[in-house]
Design a protein around this ligand. Structure first.
Ligand code: HMG
Length: 390
């Protein structure tokens, strides 16, 4: 049975800050951010968006009534969840009106959560071929104002329907995964912002890639020539290239050129959104398949997933016949075109807004947020959500 990605949707908030302006304000050469790090624009989430609403908005784009009936498992990968107990998946399940005879859980391992979700979904579909699984990767990346990590913040979500006979990407059987206890990036429960050892995190990302790639080659006998493209978890767009460079010379010149060209295309959306942690690898995959119109059905795409702490995995998929007909390219062009730039002052103000922590009641003006699904306020320590389409 073929199992894989049947549908893929995406959402990012309607506000962004320009990295050139941010660099100027921080007294940094703008080329450091746009070339050295590789980011043009950074999504800025208003107070009316959190990891739940971002994910629900991404899923709203792709689900039809049949999906809502057939989905019996919602797996929400996040590291910016809103509750230590109740899963974000339960809120999304309600906001989207999914079949109540479903499981809904949250999965955490830094940026690896959605990949764990996909692998779990694959097993679920193998046992229940008629069902569908909604896998969400949704996050708000926060390091703090004027920190080295600031230029690698972002916000957004990717939603995927995993099913039998998928229409976008068939997941292949072989994959290699690796775990080691490393303090490269972490966020204690008392902190809204991540702690990071930037240099160590870059080194470990590359070291994990090298470990899983070497093992993958040994296990499958496949090589770089067998890949049309490799998509990477992209905390910033230079990162995947640093990893690709460590292996690219294993391939003949023409394959090197192809992989580099496709890598560049695969960074397009991420360059304009920033790090979305669990969704970042899948946003890169989306950039590739939506922006490279030449990618033929049958092409093998490699995927390197990395979640600090750390877990890495290399897995692969094959593009399905007619996959382009099931993409939402125009929606995404409109989403990017309709975003509004905020000044660095406005970004800093939005960044500093927080939700009440003592049970106070607040109401937000959701008319200023064009998203269909918004956080409208809080009451008695409960977040209140609105789906404007209902
Ligand atoms: P930094 O120390 O400010 O930057 O932080 P730098 O001094 O290392 O410079 C960055 C690059 O810009 C360098 O290029 C410079 O040469 C270049 P590189 O040597 O790396 O190729 N540069 C310039 N280029 C052109 N013109 C100039 C110029 N000046 C300098 N004028 C760092 C950078 C990424 C470390 C920081 O932003 C950070 O800590 N970010 C967060 C951590 C991170 O993203 N780590 C990535 C790997 S870990 C991961 O992916 C997991 C993660 O997503 C979390 C999870 O799993 O949940 C983060």
């Amino acid at each position: 049975m073929k199992i894989g990605i049947d549908k893929i949707g995406f959402y990012t908030p309607h506000l962004y800050v320009d990295m050139n302006r941010l660099a100027e304000r921080r007294g940094v050469d703008p080329a450091k951010f746009t070339i050295g790090i590789g980011q043009e624009k950074m999504a800025v989430p208003p107070i009316t968006q959190d990891s739940v609403t971002l994910a629900a908005n991404a899923a709203l784009e792709i689900l039809d009534e049949a999906d809502k009936e057939q989905i019996d498992f919602v797996i929400f990968g996040t590291e910016s969840g809103i509750d230590s107990s109740k899963s974000a998946a339960v809120y999304v399940h309600e906001l989207l009106g999914l079949n109540p005879y479903a499981r809904a859980i949250e999965v955490k391992q830094a940026c690896y959560g959605a990949t764990a979700g996909i692998q779990m979904a694959k097993g679920h579909i193998a046992l229940n071929p008629e069902s569908k699984v909604l896998v969400l990767g949704s996050d708000i990346a926060r390091y703090g104002l004027d920190t080295p990590g600031e230029a690698t913040q972002g916000a957004g979500a990717v939603a995927m329907v995993i099913s039998a006979n998928p229409r976008v990407l068939e997941l292949e059987e072989q994959s290699v995964y690796f775990t080691a206890d490393i303090m490269d990036f972490w966020r204690p429960v008392y902190s809204d912002e991540a702690f990071v050892d930037g240099k160590l995190s870059n080194e470990q990302y590359i070291s994990f890639f090298s470990k899983v790639w070497d093992q993958y080659k040994a296990k499958t006998g496949l090589d770089l020539d067998d890949f049309e493209a490799i998509c990477y978890h992209l905390p910033y767009t230079k990162m995947g290239m640093k990893a690709l460079r460590t292996v690219i010379e294993e391939a003949p010149e023409d394959v090197q050129e192809r992989l580099k060209a496709n890598y560049k295309i695969s960074t397009g959306y991420n360059r304009n959104v920033g790090n979305i942690y669990t969704g970042a690898l899948y946003l890169s995959f989306l950039s590739l398949i939506e922006k490279n119109e030449e990618l033929a059905a049958g092409a093998r795409i490699g995927m390197f997933s990395y979640g600090s702490g750390a877990v890495g995995e290399f897995f692969t998929g094959i593009l399905r016949e007619g996959y382009r007909e099931h993409l939402h390219v125009n929606n995404h062009s409109k989403l990017f075109a309709s975003r509004k730039e905020v000044s660095v002052d406005e970004y800093e103000k939005i960044f500093s807004e927080t939700l009440p922590v003592q049970g106070e009641t607040v109401k937000f003006n959701i008319d200023s947020d064009p998203a269909a699904i918004c956080l409208s306020g809080m009451e008695e320590n409960k977040r209140l959500y609105v789906n404007k389409t209902k």
